[in-house]
Design a protein around this ligand. Sequence first.
Ligand code: NI
Length: 268
Amino acid sequence: MTVKTLSGLLDKMWKDYVDINPLAQKIYDLLSKEGEQVLNDHIALRTFNHPRLTLDVISRPFLESGYKYCGDYHFPEKKLYAKHYEHSDSSLPTIFISELKLEEFSPALNQIINRLVSEIPKGKELEFDFMSAGRPWSVSTKDYNDLMKESDYAAWVAAFGYRPNHFTVLINALKKHTDILELNTFLKTNGFKLNASGGEVKGSKEVYLEQSSTLANNIEVAFTDGKLTIPACYYEFAKRYPTKDGSLYTGFVATSADKIFESTRHGQ
Ligand code: NI
């Protein structure tokens, strides 16, 4: 079913996300049962900077729906560029979109990505709900493994296509679990595994943002020539602090996000 409204798109993205990441629904339910109001801080989306799929193409439905560009970020090590968008209605989640800089990768990787992109029906990427379309191409386990040699990010997008990489619980909106260390302990006590790359908590009060995340759950994905069990999505937690002017910081911290990207790496 195609959707044409922002709320419809956000709903569809959440349903698709918990479908492949049931742990997020479990955490959402666990916090709700504690009497918490679970609000989304941001939704993270991934793409390639292929001319048909740049983050500027992908962001269009959000800009049409009232979102505005509010900042950009460079991740030289991961060869990524990202922008974030905020809505004037502050109850709506921030949208964070990153794109992989294809020109910094081998001709072999580019060849695979160009082949995948050529399978997308003309104009499909311009549809309002493309960001919930899932995988718009066919891909083999060999493609996946070849991409993985150069970039786990490229392999993830090839395998999962266009759907949220993660949603993020806004810790500031919680009443009981207001401290990120306490929240992490609570989650671990309840059996959830956290991403410890760079420490469980990324960032600090000094940079106005603390974040932690679960490890991506592994799911079985069908490829053209067989199945692989691979990391899918993760759930993130963010606590924001006021800046010098007293308003809550709304941006992101590149060095923290750098480590968070590793939540979908193999072997973690
Ligand atoms: Ni995030």
